[in-house]
Design a protein around this ligand. Structure first.
Ligand code: SAM
Ligand code: SF4
Length: 486
């Protein structure tokens, strides 16, 4: 039966997990005739895939819904329908409230239910009132999502391996919106990755709210940790790079740390949120580790993989944070040295234990002042890290065209954005680039083409001891590399 073509616009807020989920929603809706559109205007269905992590993130959704109402009315005046849906963590947390505040919304569904979209769309189209689905179904959405025929994800793609969280940090809504910790089977992840690589993906980022808590069933029937999974993924021919995010310090086990020294495809970059440098605040946050535990983990990672770059998340102004606590955070940042980091003002989230902590609440002004101090220090470190790469050659995976004609954009092994003049045929390739410019936020460079230049590269350091470079590496470079290491 022919299905009529319809336009689908998905606006994604928040974390990479939402980016991955938006891609899967598009896959689920494709058999119903929905094709991705670039903008909401004129779309037959608009999905806002939302984030609830901070107050600002959820408020954005309501202003966007106001704008969409006007577009929905314009379409209705032309005798056409625009279905508006709110998905993700705001939908999970505020389900019925969204319908009450914005009755023009047709569907509200949580992150664990989007495999049920075809049924929800049917109900919404019949128009018997808005559809609200915030269940945590017994079946896993991962078992029911389309496999074959999923949309190609491009050179760099996300693979969700783990969802939910049982850690209950006192500031965080994730355990309530994403539910209990769940790991996909290694077989399913390996299959999904093989399919992506066959479709042109050369880099994957394994995703999870607590990705290193991964404990999925392996093909051998045993329970695999993240290190084991990464080693199996590294066997996939054509997969040049593996990354993972977001990790928790408590789950950084020795096998995963060793993998950083042993698996060349595993990139030398780890995003490891610490939140605070004060043991008192870490305890109040229920993080269950100290600042020195964090320092020790960093030392182990750097011993396993010299040159490994670190990133982190920081919250300033948690209830009760004193000037001394804050000074301890600045000390930790100075001791560790970060290549990049995210920092946020504490935002009270309804229903979390910290939201009920009345003692020692900070004013917005105090939080802003601390945030500025943290961001200034982190920006200095990021600038210094980037400047330290001037004159070196870095392998860059070009995954997009740049703003200027003849320019490609990509990522260094340490996750820095890199731009260089390069022909389109290098899109999707890992290419050596000599770094000639560095700012706080990105690097610029020139593609290296000669063998002499290659001989002085970080490429040699990255793959030293391996007879073959991973197969996503550009063929001429791979040939050179094999000569160097033979
Ligand atoms: N699972 C990760 C971990 O254990 O650190 C983090 C997941 S959370 C989606 C991403 C970041 O948002 C956190 O690391 C934290 O820094 C920040 N965040 C979470 N709740 C927050 C809140 N209530 N206020 C401010 N920032 C918050
Ligand atoms: Fe939230 Fe991460 Fe803590 Fe889980 S471990 S509650 S996701 S901050």
């Amino acid at each position: 039966m022919a299905t009529s073509r319809k336009k689908l616009f998905i606006k994604t807020y928040g974390c990479q997990m939402n980016v991955y989920d938006s891609g899967r929603m598009a896959d689920v809706l494709a058999p119903l005739g929905y094709e991705p559109a670039e903008e909401a205007e004129g779309a037959d269905m608009v999905i806002l895939n939302t984030c609830h992590i901070r107050e600002k993130a959820s408020e954005k959704v309501y202003s966007e819904l106001g704008r969409l109402r006007l577009q929905q009315q314009e379409k209705a005046a032309a005798g056409e329908r625009m279905i508006i849906a709110v998905a993700g963590c705001v939908a999970q947390a505020e389900g019925a409230e969204i319908m009450a505040r914005a009755p023009h919304v047709d569907m509200v569904f949580g992150p664990q239910t989007y495999h049920q979209l075809p049924e929800m769309v049917t109900r919404a189209v019949r128009g018997a009132g808005g559809v609200i689905n915030t269940d945590f179904p017994v079946e896993s959405k991962f078992d029911l999502l389309p496999g074959e025929g999923a949309t190609p994800q491009g050179p760099s793609a996300f693979v969700s391996v783990q969802e939910g969280c049982d850690k209950f940090c006192t500031f965080c809504v994730v355990p309530y919106t994403r539910g209990a910790e769940y790991s996909r089977s290694a077989t399913q992840i390996l299959e999904e990755t093989r399919r992506m690589v066959a479709n042109g993906t050369v880099e994957i980022t394994l995703l999870g709210q607590n990705v290193n808590a991964y404990h999925g069933e392996g093909p051998d029937g045993g329970t695999w940790g993240l290190g084991r999974l990464i080693r199996a993924l590294a066997e996939i021919d054509g997969l040049a790079r593996i990354r993972y995010t977001t990790s928790h310090p408590r789950d950084m086990d020795d096998d995963l740390i060793r993998a950083h020294g042993e698996v060349p495809q595993l990139m030398p970059f780890v995003h490891l949120p610490v939140q605070s440098g004060s043991d008192r605040i870490l305890a109040a946050m229920n993080r269950k580790h100290t600042a020195d535990d964090y320092r020790r983990i960093v030392d182990k990672l750097r011993a396993a993989r010299p040159g490994l770059a670190l990133s982190s998340d920081f919250i300033v102004g948690f209830p009760g944070e004193t000037a001394e606590d804050f000074a301890a955070t600045l000390r930790l940042i100075t001791d560790v040295g970060f290549a990049s980091a995210y920092s946020f003002k504490y935002s009270a989230r309804p229903g979390t234990p910290a939201a009920a902590m009345a003692e020692g609440r900070l004013t917005e002004d105090d939080k802003s002042e601390r945030l500025e101090a943290v961001q200034t220090l982190l920006a200095e470190q990021q600038r210094a890290f980037n400047a330290g790469l001037l004159g070196t050659v870095q392998e860059v995976l070009f995954d997009r065209r740049g703003k200027h004609a003849g320019q490609l954009l990509g990522r260094s092994p340490h996750m820095q954005a890199v731009h260089a003049a390069a022909p389109d045929r290098l899109l999707g390739q890992v290419v050596p680039v000599r770094i000639t410019a560095a700012s706080a936020s990105s690097l610029g460079g020139e593609v290296v083409t000669t063998e002499t230049a290659l001989a002085e590269t970080v490429l040699a350091e990255t793959f030293l001891g391996n007879k073959t470079a991973p197969s996503g590496v550009a063929p001429d470079i791979k040939a050179n590399h094999q000569e160097m290491t033979a």
